[in-house]
Design a protein around this ligand. Sequence first.
Ligand code: GLU
Length: 553
Amino acid sequence: MVTDKELAELIFPEIKESLSDLENRYPERSLPEGAEVTRFAPSPTGFLHTGSLFTSMICHKVAHQSKGIFYVRLEDTDTKREIEGSGLQLLEQLKVFNVYPDEGYMGDHESGNYGPYQQSKRADIYKVAIKWLMENGRAYPDFATPEELDEIRKEQEKNKLLPGYYGEYAKYRHISNDERVERIKKGEPYVIRFKSLGNHDNKIQVSDVIRGDFEIMENDQDIVIMKSDGLPTYHFAHCIDDHFMRTTTVIRGAEWIASLPIHVDLFKAMGWKAPKYAHLPVIMKLDENGNRRKLSKRLDNEAAVSYFLEDGYPTEALIMYLMTIANSNFERWILDNKFEGMDNFTLSFDKMSLDGALFDMGKLNFFSRELLGKKDKETFYLEAKEYASKYNKELYDLIESNPEYFKAIINIEREKENPRKDYEKMADVLPIISFFYPSYYEDILKQGFSFNEKFTKEDIKAVLEGVKALSLEQDEQSWFNQMKEIGSGLGYAADRKALKANPELYKGGVSDIAEILRIALSGRKNTPNLYYVMKILSKEVCLQRIDKVIATL
Ligand code: GLU
């Protein structure tokens, strides 16, 4: 009779290390009391998902506020789904958001004493653990063919039983080691399965730092722990890696709650204490019918972090926004702190919402406007240039054509107590400022102007002739007063009350004068502050533009 030990040796002759060797190689970390070791564990299967940025930001914060360690582990055991180069790209995007790992997989190298941090390079470590389980009768080779698995599934369906590979349905759990050896010697393909001792009729207590304690069905599935390619499945790799990397809290999406019984079972079989778990709320969105659904990579632009980068949202805005989803008290805190010093905010699992949080683009836009408004001229200029160099060549060329002119434009009503908030994202800059530049203005001129239809061409002409007298060698208030005077001379009310009291006496108000002038100079109804627009354009250019517009009337 072949023993479990002999079987294990037959399957893993090359594995000489023991679990205690691994315990010695990856000792407990010496960190201060209460320090959390967290990890972000992406699979290299594409772009950074907004939900993944959310998770990694929280992992980073929780580790740092407790003086612990945040590391990244690349979960690349699903070789079929892997997209070449996406691991590096994920890391680069994380760094753009200041989510720097202290340790682990860095994209082009790794650092730290608990590696390798790429699961595909840890096959031997998993095998040590699998060999140990097998020696102890808690793992076995499974020779089931796809057809056999299909048959099991059909039978369970027919009898309305829980689907899966468990108990009496775990066909190859029940064969003898002698038969196993025979099949292996014949060259039959196999995977390795965990032998669960659980029963799905039982309930077990599990604990989650966000959700508290709750009951869940005990696991009895003999899950695959080693695939035919020699690599582990997620569940097993999670158990081994988080143990030997000495993770204290596993922070991951709520979609993993359903797998918790498996994880608890695996840790128990290994004789280890499981880490704490924090299952984060899933980020949702309202669909066309008003129903909540998970942000979808396929359907929603905002599911990919690259969308925000391409549009030029300040990265801090997205991080702050995500923090409002993470902790309900953060929004008040950051407003009180005038959008500064986020590092001083303490994130707590108690204040985390349990249900899926709705992604609120309006709130992100608000944060973004505030943050862009607060940046000083030089910072805004550098960030705009950086953005443009990556995503917007047209803007880049404009900036480079005359950096001082660009700075003057974006500095309109900036660097003051209550700065103007013209820009929501860097992608707004070009459309808002292009009229300042002659070639763009020529296009506007060709397209024509849409003045308020209540005014005749003569009215508009008269206003435009009148405002030529506006002097820019005076402060804004005097300039505005002069505009009122010009308006009064043409039959426009100088103040709103007079206009409201007797509208029939006037052609309009001073705001109509300003609007006509604004449209003539920019082709737009909304621009940054008109007084400064004129000053930056210069009196000479303003007069030229006004004449050109008059000529089109
Ligand atoms: N690789 C898993 C994923 O992509 C990680 C889950 C976890 O953090 O444990 O979702």
